[in-house]
Unconditional design. Sequence first.
Length: 168
Amino acid sequence: MTTVWTKLLVLSFVAAVVFCACPNNWSHYEDKCFFLSRDNETFADSLKLCEVIGRQYGRSASLATVDDAKTQEFLTDLMIKINSDGMYIGLNDLVEEGTFHWVANGRQATYLNWGPGQPNNRWGNENCVAIRFDAPNGFNYSWTDDPCTVPTTYICEMVAANIGNLLG
Ligand SMILES: *[C@@H]1O[C@H](CO)[C@@H](O)[C@H](O)[C@H]1NC(C)=O
Ligand SMILES: *[C@@H]1O[C@H](CO)[C@@H](O)[C@H](O)[C@H]1NC(C)=O
Ligand SMILES: *[C@@H]1O[C@H](CO)[C@@H](O)[C@H](O)[C@H]1NC(C)=O
Ligand SMILES: [Ca+2]
């Protein structure tokens, strides 16, 4: 009797947690939640704002890491849905020209999805990466390096909630 109720309780708890893995307006993919901004910000402000809004949920958020083709595909679909033609992700070569690292985990990028002729570090001043859709120029949600100061919409990521998180 008690065990049945306990099991039911645990089950509904699990269901509730799974259901709420990502807050409203965030999209769930594997162990992450992604948020596509409406406002345009510099790369630095984009990162700061991801951290700020993550804190609103008591989670640590950053600019998105896109480290495999499946994640790229998931984010491409989200961008198509909102008709976006450019969004910052958390990739930059600010420290060493030509060597790109993810801000969320510090790792050097292994999966790459550069558009035609990218990265080109144009005018010696392009160190922040965005996903771009620009069909005439051959960008099919592929990556471009941009000046970090150009205001652009951006994609945040944070971990999806799970039992482990809630029980600490
Ligand atoms: C966020 O969610 C609300 C409620 O579901 C919806 O009305 C709104 O359009 C959403 N905003 C964005 C940017 O998707
Ligand atoms: C952000 O920039 C894009 C491209 O320039 C523009 O279409 C969009 O309206 C801007 N968004 C806001 C909220 O200003
Ligand atoms: C972009 O890539 C998708 C598949 O990822 C493909 O279906 C589509 O035709 C491509 N569009 C252009 C303009 O190349
Ligand atoms: Ca560069």
